[in-house]
Design a protein around this ligand. Structure first.
Ligand code: PLP
Length: 381
């Protein structure tokens, strides 16, 4: 038999999936391990997709997406980014996942290095490996409030490094990078001539701190920005994301997009257009709900004596469960499903720095949070 490409085998398996699959074997399990909004997609968004189907608007679109969607995105993002954002800078992708893959395809080749947050969203590592590039983790440490230390990021740079990946608000941490830190990190990238890939998938959900786009500090066209409709508009299954690219990349984009997806599903693009330009009450409601869930969850953890990291944004809470895990949070999380019927994401699924921590999803219902968190082993106060 011919061999399967080694870089395909080098893509690591998801440590969250194992816990989720175990939870599916127990009908009474409370699932707090996935970031799936438990809120409905807004009716005007569903209607826009239905209308596209009813008028048989089901053919290919331009590679970058339908013009009104790209223009609406450019109009939304232009005031927040330093370089002008025009239609040609905005690429509609098959979810944030494909925006990530596209961004890395544009910036790294075999053996190149990508600076990734540890703990960080697992597909950062997976996509890097699939492109035969090398993950170069930069540590996010509890003593720094899990914020990146620019000096440590700089120390991790080698002559192979091409990309600095930032993620704010963070999955899994819920941290939001303050403006001065974002500016400093973009400056590190500028000094070492790196691309910056800024994953802003959760930009719509900040609570105690404003979202700061990295492109605000882009003086020379080195920042690529990822957005997605998935979480903001409860549209995970529509698969619509966005990659904003610097001018220099725009001419290459049609070929890259053509080689992978040609374009995004047409009715889904009309749904995204309605989501962006229509009423925003569903987004406001989602933000208020996740904030209330965060406050509920932190209260419950406090009562159990379990420490947590303040979440200024995002849809997750990062909890210190090291008192119960005996140095192996992955095994503990699997055991917790079997013995207590609650599934949380083990911190080690997000990188070695996540050992001893667990990610709790705030998109679960309040009832599920109450039941699930009451099943966590408390720590003596
Ligand atoms: C940080 C981050 N980036 C990107 C994505 C990908 O989003 P999508 O579901 O639109 O592919 C996610 C999804 O969970 C995410 O958490």
């Amino acid at each position: 038999m011919p061999r399967i490409a080694p870089h395909a085998r080098a893509v690591p398996a998801s440590g969250i999936r194992r816990v989720l699959e175990l939870a599916w074997t127990r009908p009474d399990a409370v699932v707090l391990c996935v970031g799936e909004p438990d809120l409905p997609t807004a009716p005007h968004v569903l209607a826009a997709a239905r209308d596209a189907l009813d008028r048989d608007d089901t053919r290919y679109t331009p590679n970058g997406g339908i013009a009104p969607l790209r223009d609406a995105l450019a109009a939304r993002l232009d005031p927040e980014h330093a370089p002008a954002v025009r239609r040609d800078n905005v690429w509609v992708t098959a979810g944030g996942a494909q925006a990530l893959h596209l961004a890395l395809s544009l910036t790294v080749g075999a053996g190149d290095g990508v600076l990734l947050p540890d703990p960080g969203y697992p597909p950062f590592t997976m996509a890097t490996r699939l492109l035969q590039a090398e993950p170069q983790p930069y540590a996010l440490r509890p003593e720094d409030g899990f914020l990146p230390d620019p000096a440590a990021v700089e120390a991790a740079i080698t002559d192979r490094t091409r990309v600095l990946l930032l993620n704010s608000p963070s999955n899994p941490l819920g941290t939001v990078l303050p403006a001065d830190l974002v500016a400093e990190l973009v400056d590190v990238a500028r000094r070492h001539d790196l691309w910056v890939l800024s994953d802003e998938a959760y930009a719509a959900f900040t609570y105690d701190a404003p979202h700061v786009p990295a492109a605000r500090f882009d003086t020379d066209g080195r920042v690529l920005t990822l957005h997605t409709f998935s979480k903001t508009h409860a549209m995970t299954g529509f698969r619509v994301g966005v990659l904003v690219v610097p001018d220099a990349m725009a001419p290459l984009m049609p070929r890259l997009q053509e080689s992978v997806i040609s374009c995004v599903n047409t009715p889904a693009q009309y749904a995204a257009l309605a989501a962006l330009t229509g009423p925003q009450d569903a987004v406001d409601h989602a933000r208020a709900t996740y904030r209330a869930h965060r406050d509920l969850a932190t209260g419950l953890l406090d009562a159990a004596g379990i420490p947590w990291l303040p979440a200024a944004g995002g849809i997750y809470l990062w909890a210190d469960v090291s008192h119960a895990t005996d140095g192996d949070v992955a095994a503990w999380a699997e055991d917790l499903v079997r013995t207590a019927g609650v599934a949380v994401a083990p911190g080690s699924a997000f990188g070695p720095r996540g050992e001893g921590w667990a990610r709790i999803s705030l998109t679960a219902t309040a009832d599920d949070l109450r039941t699930g968190l009451s099943r966590l082993p408390g720590r003596a106060l």
